[in-house]
Design a protein around this ligand. Sequence first.
Ligand SMILES: [Zn+2]
Ligand SMILES: [Zn+2]
Length: 280
Amino acid sequence: MIEITLLGTGSPIPDPNRAGPASLIRAGGQTFLVDCGRGVLQRATAVGVGAAGLSALLLTHLHSDHIAELGDLLITRWITTFTPDPAPFPIIGPPGTAATVTAMLKAFDHDISYRIAHHDDLNAPPSVEVHEHTEGPVWDRDGVSIRVGPTDHRPVTPTIGFRIEAGGAAVVCAGDTVPCAGLDALAAGADALVHTVIRKDIVTQIPQQRMQDICDYHSSVEEAAATAARAGVGTLVMTHYVPALVPGQEEQWRTLAASQFGGRIELGDDLHRVEIAPRP
Ligand SMILES: [Zn+2]
Ligand SMILES: [Zn+2]
């Protein structure tokens, strides 16, 4: 079984009740953080997961809302890992990830030097191991395998989705993307697809060009649902709601998705948890 927890269901627009984009995937005794939007560490703490307990960080792309808490994650993992000579933190993302991580650590140069000077048992800066990929297998450890495939969020490029498999179940995290062949191939036959969605019917009515611009590189609820249907997945998990999902309107979003997809549809607030078992 694979467990999906929507840690943050928000977007770049700050919301009092929704953390920034991030999902937690627990599979085969391993714990993966997919993207790290604002507030993710607080949300992870609420489900008993600390920065030091992550098996790897998986980044779909380098938009600010998806990496807002990267610096805090790197530092917090570093100072809360108490084993001597800890293994480097695996970070898997698209090309550009290594430069982003290096720059983030650079921004914390002062903090890192203060802590090394102050604590006898902290002798080296945070240790990370960044892997940049656009396609293919990226992880195979103790019964958990992960593959990435290209998505289409142009002009943001390259962007990737992740397919995580364990115990016969497969969960795909799409990130931000319009419908595309790369995602169709990655998601084919998966048990669940976690997809970011925006309500184009609402966003196109906002008299602000900068808001309307977001429609051309995101999937609507209906488009994400159509992708799920084409790929033949069992469960569609929607997240990254733009505009924010208002309590009481869940059925409206669900109905839009159900117009294109006949499987199980999940959506909700931060910390919404979905269990995915392999289908017979
Ligand atoms: Zn994005
Ligand atoms: Zn986004």
